[in-house]
Design a protein around this ligand. Sequence first.
Ligand code: ARG
Length: 477
Amino acid sequence: MKKTLLFGALALAQASIPAQAADTWLNAREHRIIGGGAAPTATYPWMVSVKGKDGGHFCGASLIDTQWVLTAAHCVEEESAAGIQVTIAEYDQSKADDGEQTLDVSAIYLHQQYGDDHDIALLKLSTVSDKTPVALADSTFMANLASGAELTTIGWGLTKDGDNSSAATVLQQVNVPLYDQAQCKTNYGTLNIAITDNMVCAGLEAGGKDSCQGDSGGPLFVRSGGSMVQLGITSFGEACAKAKFPGVYTRVAAYSDWIIKAKNGEVPAHQGPKPGGGNGSCDDCNEEAVLGLPPYLDLYLAAGETQATDTLTLTNPATASANLMVSEMTLVGDGFTLSDNGCENQAVEPGKDCRFKVTYKNPASNATYAEGELTLATNHSQHSRIVVELFALNGDAFDEGDGVTCAIFDDLNIRQQGLTLDCEDQPDGDNNSDGSDADGSDEKDPDATITVAGALNPWMLLGLMLLPLAGRRNAQY
Ligand code: ARG
């Protein structure tokens, strides 16, 4: 379940929360973050504001290494690396502070099991930051943390629960005690919300001090001998600052290994850059279906639609002698997402199958064509790597006025690619079904009807064909 908040001038783009906590947005009540106040300047050089390319803050984060920023998965679940940026050492959102640094993001790594748990993501920066990163707590550090220890959380989120116009301009901080884990579990249990060992709670029994919407992704940390150690990532809560319902933070120490893996490139990137330089080349495409997966998937948005989804099935043949395991599924390509993943890290017995969904959501109003690639790493001796090429085409892209005609198909020499092309004869008689225009010209005929059949998917070809059209269009604007 997702929720989008608009914070006045600060666009809280797609600040969604774990599904189980969704109600907490709706139950929001007026509660000022009591005990909170403006942070001193230049105190948190590792504090990060995650923004859209328009500069609108939507989540907090922290610099944990020169090129790595830690945030909540729910903050960036619907983002692509190209669509966001981060400001490190941000303080006053309304101006460029001394020393702040705005950098692009080259990749987003979302926890693979993110859902109602594992609300953690890493952003890889396109260039290194010169700011000093914050230290992260490990499990030993957590074990030594006294119950009731004084912790601090900071951010630019709401200063009044439920009041979307109350987002802070200047970085705010509030001290909150570590909350008893068992008590947190019990209290949230009454709302049917599971507090797992991957979470840590902080707040007062009586409420009154808390993080709130817009603070997500930001840090919960402790001052320890002159330095600061981050132990939580702002994740969710029942309203804000409410008695008996402390803020819930992702327990950073539970992800020490995951963070190392992500930095090592062992976690699939979330919506990475387009593969193959966008030229439609398909070097390692499967020629035919492999274990039930097609070599390509076409997602077609009919005119006016903004997203399309297809369910794919991976089958372990009944004749197989072992379970089929998918250790990793990697999806790249702007606008494509993987969901309801019943295959990754699952054992598929012989004769059984598993399913997952691929969705294409048009990321830009006039994106005509998109391509992506889904790669599955399996334990299969012959198919350790299965690639499904993804193509998406926006129906608005080939209205009649676009001149998608047989003549253009002829331009592409589709026959040479082993395809049959069936263009209906037109009244003027020069778009012949054999593709040879009577006058030898590439005339546009908006009424031409096109049917393509063959080994390659027609939408891929349409997409290829439309690339120059799309380019021309953009250049005209
Ligand atoms: N999920 C919220 C966000 O996206 C953070 C909520 C924190 N709530 C709390 N009571 N501590 O910004």
